[in-house]
Design a protein around this ligand. Structure first.
Ligand SMILES: NC(=O)c1ccc[n+]([C@@H]2O[C@H](COP(=O)([O-])OP(=O)(O)OC[C@H]3O[C@@H](n4cnc5c(N)ncnc54)[C@H](OP(=O)(O)O)[C@@H]3O)[C@@H](O)[C@H]2O)c1
Length: 301
């Protein structure tokens, strides 16, 4: 079981490598999903203010009867709260939703600011997103002040490329503990992995199964490896991420999948070579790219 898969953050804290994702998990089912996960042994839960289900995620955590200090809970600062004065209230709002005194990791969800205010995604009369000119370094500086409040044990970022990390590190006083990005065999981001390793930034792999309806899972190469290990396709993809030393946060609201996704397998050299071949000499593929849904280019590739 994935209980033994743990990494150390640059804060000294431990982060379990396999966690439960909660994006698109509807509020009426996410509570059960988180409870099933914790019961199955998961100790890492990935949440975000924008997912609209922090309340139910928090209820499941509080009702799990697992001591709070044994769980690793992440949540994220949404794009409408990037102004420095909005950062602490945003964390407090998430903590209130979750019903927790602290989170283990608070991430800047995207390196981009939307108009500050109650609307998650403010739009103009033509339906275009209204952006706000707030520098990521300024937002991050306000996040650094959160650590002293004890309301988050660590801070980090999400969807940061090497270029954005380099920019951030020019003024950061606290090196981000983690960067949560899309990682799977079709988008392995080897350069980012190397860079983060060299800076002591832990990577967390989101959309490890290919996101909505898990298209990546169905690839014949993945099936071939799963059959060889008498395992599931999802376990192959989760093991791929964990063996690279990254956390992996597959989302599911299906009881049997939540339980089976937590089983460990070990991929061998031949398996890793086959998964590497998915991008060798071929284009990488993102399932979650704001260029398609916000019309904004965030990544370098
Ligand atoms: N930081 C960010 O910007 C960002 C962006 C995207 C995601 N994330 C985080 O990463 C988490 C995971 O990414 P994701 O939600 O995009 O997608 P994902 O985990 O790659 O895939 C989720 C999909 O896979 C299905 N699934 C799960 N286990 C399966 C199995 N064993 N067999 C077949 N299908 C399976 C799920 O269906 P059912 O639920 O119906 O079982 C769901 O449709 C998110 O939930 C979120 O916490 C963060």
């Amino acid at each position: 079981m994935s209980l033994g898969r743990i990494a150390k953050l640059n804060t000294g804290a431990s982060i379990p490598l396999v966690g439960l994702g909660t994006w698109q998990s509807k509020p009426d089912v996410v509570k059960h999903a988180v409870k099933v996960a914790i019961q199955a042994g998961y100790r890492h839960i990935d949440a975000a203010w924008i997912y609209g289900n922090e309340k139910e995620v928090g209820e499941a955590i509080r009702e799990s009867n697992v001591p709070r200090e044994e769980l690793f809970v992440t949540t994220k600062l949404w794009n409408n709260s990037h102004r420095p004065e909005d950062v602490l209230p945003a964390l407090e709002s998430s903590l209130k939703n979750l019903g927790l005194d602290y989170v283990d990791l608070y991430l800047m969800h995207w390196p981009i600011a939307f108009k500050s205010g109650p609307e998650a995604v403010a739009k103009d009369a033509e339906g275009k997103i209204i952006f706000e000119n707030v520098d990521i370094n300024e937002t991050y500086k306000a996040m650094e002040a959160l650590v002293a409040t004890g309301k988050t044990k660590a801070i980090g970022v999400s969807n940061f490329s090497v270029a954005n990390l380099e920019k951030l590190l020019k003024t950061a006083k606290i090196v981000p503990a983690a960067n949560q990005v899309e990682l799977h065999p079709e988008n392995p981001q080897w350069g980012l992995l190397e860079f983060c390793k060299s800076k002591g930034i832990h990577l967390t792999a989101y959309s490890p199964l290919g996101s909505t309806d898990s298209p990546l899972i169905k690839r014949e190469e993945v099936t071939k490896i799963a059959q060889k290990h008498n395992s599931s396709n999802a376990n192959v993809l989760i093991a791929w991420g964990a063996q690279r030393g990254t956390s992996v946060i597959p989302k599911s609201v299906t009881e049997s999948r939540i339980i089976s996704n937590f089983k460990d397998i070990t991929l061998d050299e031949e398996d890793l070579k086959l998964l590497k071949s998915l991008t060798e000499g071929k284009a990488t593929h993102r399932y979650c790219d704001p260029a398609t849904f916000w019309g904004v280019k965030i990544f370098d590739d």
